[in-house]
Write a protein that binds this ligand. Structure first.
Ligand code: HEM
Length: 313
């Protein structure tokens, strides 16, 4: 007999409580559910989780770290590897300690992981891979960004041995930033337009010297929080998703705002510059390209169950 989808979803997490709850839930359903009602259950769970993510965002202003959580799970994808999960990507592998210890994750995803674990425990039918991407897309939307055409049903990897190798995410200060960005993002199957649009996610959040080595310890925009005070943001209103990142990186007038070498190059490389200039003057164009690129990023390397995934309204 085929194993119901909810069982496969339910047993893949890392929480000690979660597998039992997933099995209990699934065993009640076993044998009497059709594929469409299973998808309906999964959609209902995801919607419940989405409401709780919204509450969490309201209570803690954790939008930036949730966006980065989704990106760091999916951004390990390598399009040249056909085998799942060896290809990396949006498969929930970031929950394992071995991947959290990768240099690019220093001081990063552990904090949002802790914040969303109670949501995972409550909605055990939702995979980590889906919850990471749901949290990120919801954070963008709640910060005033575009609606992202998301698809759900991602399957989780089961064990730390299935984590991608270290070094697949981009570095902020490589010797040749444009070459480096292309090497990393082309490996994911993304193009110049998508590199520039996705970089616009830095309209949210801050860098902290004690985490990544980048940014100032504090600025006039970060010294009072919200959230843990400190760090250096790319924009003055770093909890609002808009096109100010492109304006600020272009102008570079404020020493309190951050410009990484990989941000600066968006206005130096002629192909990147075409899009960066456009987004600096046309927020609608940025929102439309961002939404499309974000959805694509969220699907990289994902195995869906059902195979084409499903959307929430
Ligand atoms: C283009 C290559 C990229 C590089 C080199 C890069 C690098 C960095 C660095 C160094 C930080 C600071 C981390 C810290 O100190 O805590 C950061 C933060 C952040 N990144 Fe990126 N990033 C890139 C692309 C992206 C993409 C594609 C997204 C999302 C779609 C993203 C979303 C974020 C967010 C939201 C933060 C703020 C996190 C916080 O406030 O704690 N980044 N990034």
């Amino acid at each position: 007999m085929a194993v119901p989808h909810l069982i496969r979803r339910g047993v893949s997490g890392g929480s000690p409580l979660h597998p039992l709850r997933g099995l209990l839930f699934a065993s009640q359903e076993f044998g009497r559910r059709s594929l469409s009602s299973e998808t309906g259950d999964a959609a209902a769970q995801l919607k419940g989780a989405r409401e709780e993510v919204k509450q969490l965002l309201k209570a803690t202003s954790c939008h930036p770290i949730l966006v980065r959580l989704g990106w760091h799970d999916s951004g390990t994808y390598d399009k040249n590897i056909t085998e799942w999960p060896k290809c990396g990507g949006a498969n929930g592998s970031l929950r394992f300690e071995i991947e959290l210890k990768h240099g690019a994750n220093a001081g990063g995803p552990k904090i949002p992981m802790k914040l969303i674990q109670p949501i995972k425990d409550k909605y055990s039918g939702v995979t980590y891979a889906d919850l990471f991407q749901l949290s990120s897309a919801t954070a963008i939307e709640e910060a005033g960004g575009p609606k992202i055409p998301m698809v759900y049903g991602r399957v989780d990897v089961a064990a730390p041995e299935q984590c991608p190798p270290e070094g697949r995410l981009p570095a902020a200060g490589p010797p040749s930033p444009a070459e480096h960005l292309r090497e990393v993002f082309y490996r994911m199957g993304l193009n110049d337009k998508e590199i520039v649009a996705l970089s616009g996610a830095h309209t949210l959040g801050r860098a902290r010297p004690e985490r990544s080595g980048w940014g100032k310890p504090e600025t006039k925009y970060t010294k009072n929080g919200p959230g843990a005070p400190g760090g250096q943001s790319w924009t003055s209103q770093w909890l609002k998703f808009d096109n100010s990142y492109f304006k600020d990186v272009k102008e570079r007038r404020d020493e309190d705002l951050l410009v990484l070498p990989t941000d600066a190059v968006l206005f130096e490389d002629s192909s990147f510059k075409f899009y960066a200039e456009k987004y600096a003057v046309d927020q609608d164009a940025f929102f439309s390209d961002y939404a499309e690129a974000h959805a694509k990023l969220s699907n990289l390397g994902a195995k869906f169950d059902p195979p084409k995934g499903f959307s929430l309204n």
